[in-house]
Design a protein around this ligand. Structure first.
Ligand SMILES: CSC[C@H]1O[C@@H](n2cnc3c(O)ncnc32)[C@H](O)[C@@H]1O
Ligand SMILES: [Zn+2]
Length: 429
């Protein structure tokens, strides 16, 4: 499809050169022209023209760490610390989930993400076949991992399912789906199990998505069991020989940061989940100073409790300023970059996260005609400090319009809401 978005505001995050106005042309699943950059072939005619006036065009937001189907458990267990929350509330309830539950819970997450401008997400859950189906039908982009727990009966099953996913879904849905391996965390993955995960990573050249150093409890447990930090434990097993997406990374030593930087590992920062579970504050300024790529994630809807990346950007920006007592820490343009370009790099998705000719056509139009977005001194700052997910008007993913005028075109939202209500009721009964 050839789409022309006319007269929108554009910001160039690569050069941080402020905001301009211009047109954006999309052909197939690629950006053809963005403002003054790129060429339209002679006689090029759009099939769709979208009026971009009073709208800011941005790369689609990238949610680097979530558990999409946990929308089913939103506000089922609040105000608890991580281990109590997981062991006493979440895991017993997750044991009751069916594949259909995960499918509909994931679709609900996708509705929420599209409505708030997220076009790509990185997920770790189970029944991942069903997660992939939800991604395929809805038109979003996703990196999916089957969460792997190496203690208990289902360890081997998780590995087998991961292998099947890699065979069946890697590059599926026109390349919108990527498969990663998801060893859950150092405290659920003993050394011999991690070794099996890495053999699979080697066989399929897959990346590793893992929770790391999230709480003080984890630091103490891994020190007790292995006499080292979680990062050192993973490093000794050889995890960092592969592309790594490390979620949380709240408690890191200087040496851990050096290890992550030297390995080219990326971190998914989840400030709201870390705040809600009272896990702590990740050393994001230090990671950035060391050259580590940092993306932003919401974590699951049960520890956040929404999937709005605008809110997450604002929280990230504010949290680190107050933590450091320095308002210059994490300026708006850097946070917006973390939620777009750096997120794409963290997920190893080339040609994504920037509005540049030749890049994948994943973009959003944010309606600036709202009271909280006036006056327009600095639309980039508005995206981090003032905007809300509900300001997103149009979403294009892989060159396809998936939301227009706030109506999602690929999913029957009413059906999703009804299915989830019924399933959530059954789960608690
Ligand atoms: C085995 S699939 C993934 C697994 O992770 C659980 N989970 C959700 N949020 C967190 C978190 O912040 N830290 C650790 N584990 C988390 C989720 O409930 C699934 O069981
Ligand atoms: Zn998580």
């Amino acid at each position: 499809m050839k789409i022309l978005i006319k007269d929108c505001y554009l910001c160039d995050l690569l050069r941080d050169s402020g905001v301009t106005t211009g047109d954006v042309a999309v052909e197939g699943n690629r950006l053809l022209k963005v403002g003054g950059e790129g060429e339209l072939p002679l006689g090029w005619k759009p099939e769709r023209v979208i009026d971009g006036k009073d709208h800011l065009c941005l790369p689609g937001l990238i949610n680097c760490h979530t558990h999409a189907a946990m929308t089913l458990l939103r506000s089922y267990a609040d105000d608890l610390p991580l281990m109590h929350w997981l062991e006493k509330k979440i895991w017993p309830m997750e044991a009751r989930l069916t594949g259909d539950d995960v499918y509909w819970g994931t679709l609900l997450a996708i509705v929420e993400m599209i409505e708030s401008g997220t076009t790509t997400f990185s997920d770790m859950y189970f029944f991942t076949d069903r997660v992939a189906e939800a991604v395929e039908v809805s038109g979003v982009r996703a990196c999916l991992s089957r969460g792997l727990i190496g203690i208990g009966d289902s360890a081997e099953q998780g590995l087998e399912e991961s292998r099947e996913l890699l065979e069946k879904w890697q590059g599926a849905a026109d390349g919108r789906i990527s498969i990663w391996l998801g060893p859950h965390a150092p405290y659920t993955c003993p050394p011999d199990f991690l070794d099996k995960v890495l053999t699979l990573a080697q066989d399929y050249r897959a990346g590793i998505h893992v929770h790391v150093a999230e709480t003080k409890d984890e630091i103490e447990q891994i020190a007790r069991e292995y006499g080292k930090t979680p990062v050192a434990y993973l490093s000794e097993r050889g995890v960092f020989r592969f592309p790594v997406l490390a979620a949380h990374c709240v408690y890191l030593t200087e040496e851990d940061i050096e290890t992550l930087a030297a390995a080219g590992a990326a971190v998914a920062h989840n400030p709201e989940s870390n705040m809600k579970l009272a896990s702590g504050i990740a050393p994001i300024p230090e990671l950035l100073a060391a050259g580590v790529t940092v993306g932003i994630g919401t974590d699951g809807a049960s520890s956040n409790n929404n999937l709005d990346m605008f809110e997450e950007m604002r929280t990230a920006a504010l949290l680190h300023k107050v933590n450091k007592g320095d308002p210059q820490v994490l300026p708006a343009s850097q946070v917006l970059s973390m939620a777009t370009r750096d997120g794409a790099r963290a997920l190893r998705l080339d040609d994504l996260g920037l509005l540049q000719p030749g890049y994948k056509a994943d973009l959003i139009l944010v309606n600036l005609n709202e009271a909280h977005l006036h006056p327009r001194h600095n639309p980039v700052a508005h995206m981090v400090y003032s905007a809300r997910g509900g300001d997103v008007e149009t979403v294009i993913i892989d060159g396809r319009i998936v939301m227009e005028g706030r109506k999602i075109l690929t999913i029957d939202k009413e059906r999703v809401l009804a299915e989830v209500e019924e399933r959530a009721r059954r789960l608690l009964s």
